[in-house]
Design a protein around this ligand. Structure first.
Ligand code: 5GP
Ligand code: ZN
Length: 137
């Protein structure tokens, strides 16, 4: 995609600070890092979101994420690491080229995701799961 910023990074048309690269994935520093060591792991082909990932890309991107997470742990010894991955504007996605964030975390580092738990009754969970099982491929 000619106007996609992450395609431009993958193609070397704009600079990035790389951590790891293989045939299917690229890991590079997030220009707007939340904490030092904040890495983005992107797929190389232009796939907008998780719905476009085939099994090979899905496996490759998580393999790279786990590998880079181990490096983040070794290099920064954070108190925790958050994996964040958004699909669609309502979910917080701002770059429409599949990527996930590895964010080293610390107590009171200011990163927040509001989590309004509803705790529905078991019957509601059963109905929700049945709806998913009915369309699972
Ligand atoms: P999203 O909200 O889509 O999950 O996150 C997109 C991320 O891409 C943001 O955290 C933003 O800082 C990062 N980003 C946007 N443009 C660039 C860029 O040109 N280079 C790098 N390294 N990161 C970028
Ligand atoms: Zn792209």
């Amino acid at each position: 995609m000619s106007d996609c910023v992450f395609c431009k990074i993958v193609n070397g048309q704009i600079p990035s600070t790389k951590v790891h690269e293989d045939g299917l994935t690229l890991a590079f520093m997030d220009i707007g890092e939340v904490n030092p060591g904040h890495v983005l792991v992107a797929v190389k082909p232009h796939v907008e979101n998780i719905f476009g990932l085939d099994d090979a890309l899905a496996a490759a991107v998580f393999q790279t994420a786990a590998r880079v997470a181990r490096a983040v742990q070794k290099a920064y010894s954070p108190e925790g690491v958050t994996l964040y991955q958004a699909n669609g504007a309502a979910a917080g996605q701002t770059v429409n080229h599949f990527h996930l964030h590895l964010v080293p975390r610390y107590d009171k580092d200011g990163m927040r995701l509001t989590w309004p738990a509803k705790n529905p009754p078991r019957e509601q969970l059963e109905a929700n799961a049945a709806k998913l099982r009915a369309v699972l491929e």
